[in-house]
Design a protein around this ligand. Structure first.
Ligand code: ATP
Length: 333
């Protein structure tokens, strides 16, 4: 198994090493391929990512990614969007689950759902024209794109509570009617219980009644917005991981960005990146190993081995060591 390790910029350089320390404890057969991409690379060389880097990434099986600071160049093509497109990582998956002792903005911890966002089309089609007086972006919804994201969401729902919520805005955006119809058809074919919600009502409902949801499937932009909003339910951006999944490839990244305001201070929370390792292990079918990470995270939270964003005083590296140590001991027993 070949794993590209892309720390990127800012706190990516702190949280990814902590996550890799945890991964290493499992002693699994990984060939790690470190790649320097992003803003710092662009400053040094004028390129954030080359065609050769894309080929190197394609030669791996998965990516563990930190964060990249957006390059201030009008011609800059997002590294993340490019990788998602090149590798056809069509499903963006974000579990939204409370962690022991941590309360988010709503002060509740009775929810456990997953947002499955279509990751390759919608308003992120990249088909646009920017003019002085008129700018437009084409919103693309295809049957194939809708079918495969609905299939992914339904398979996930079947492993969970068999409940799917289809989020759309088909009353205004006629392109969403295709998405909605296809999702309904796929859910029926799988025998998954489904309902649908307009995205604006859904935003409100997720804050008021997050316990109602199990698997939520939606288009690209809506999923982007809703999933960031849901980080507030969990409590800190530093606690939410995500995966971008393709046919035979997966790319794992924390939901947070490069956080230049705290970068270099060693105080960033590495738990989102460590939860990315958990998602990587699950994707590899290493479910038992993945569950040890849950145990380790409960242990550090209960013992207040936490970074300042959660009210603690412990450093990024120390949290990483504590999680790794717990897993090491758990593997011995
Ligand atoms: P970027 O431009 O890369 O998106 P950003 O600062 O705009 O960076 P985030 O990196 O998502 O966006 O950070 C938003 C806020 O959340 C910042 O104040 C940051 O310090 C905080 N934050 C994000 N990630 C973490 C983390 N892992 N630990 C602690 N605080 C975090």
């Amino acid at each position: 198994m070949k794993l590209a390790v892309i720390e990127g910029d800012g706190i990516g350089r702190e949280v990814v090493p902590a996550a890799v320390e945890v991964l290493d404890v499992f002693g699994l057969e990984f060939e790690k391929v470190p790649l320097e991409l992003g803003y710092a690379r662009w400053e040094r060389t004028g390129t954030a990512m080359s065609d050769e880097d894309i080929e190197t990434i394609k030669g791996c099986d998965a990516v563990l990614f930190g964060a990249i600071t957006t390059v201030p160049d009008p011609n800059y093509k997002s590294v993340l969007l490019t990788i998602r497109k090149e590798l056809d990582l069509y499903a963006n998956v974000r579990p939204v689950k409370p962690l022991p002792g941590i309360m988010g903005v709503t002060g509740r911890n009775d929810f456990d759902f997953v947002i499955v966002r279509e990751n390759t089309e919608g308003l992120y089609s990249g088909i646009e024209e920017i003019g002085q007086d008129l700018s437009w972006t084409k919103r693309v919804v295809t049957r194939k794109g809708s079918e495969r994201i609905a299939e992914y969401a339904c398979k996930l729902a079947k492993q969970r509570k068999n409940k799917l919520t289809i989020v759309h805005k088909s009353n205004v955006l006629k392109s969403d009617k295709l998405f909605l119809d296809v999702c309904r058809q796929v859910a029926s074919a799988h025998g998954v219980e489904y309902s649908d919600m307009l995205v604006d009502s859904m935003a409100y409902s997720l804050m008021m009644h997050p316990e109602r949801y199990d698997v939520v499937v939606t288009t690209n932009l809506f999923g982007d917005i809703l999933s960031d909003m849901c980080a507030a339910l969990v409590g800190s951006l530093g606690l939410v991981p995500s995966a971008n999944i393709g046919e035979n490839y997966a790319f794992f990244e924390p939901v947070h960005g490069s956080a230049p305001d705290i970068a270099g201070k060693g105080i960033s929370n590495p738990l989102a990146a460590i939860l990315c390792v958990k998602m990587l292990l699950e994707w590899m079918g290493k479910v038992k190993e993945a569950s040890l990470i849950d145990g380790a995270i409960s242990h550090v939270l209960e013992n207040k081995l936490i970074t300042p964003d959660l009210g603690g005083t412990v450093s990024t590296a120390e949290v990483g060591h504590a999680v790794a140590e717990y897993v090491k001991n758990a593997l011995k027993t």
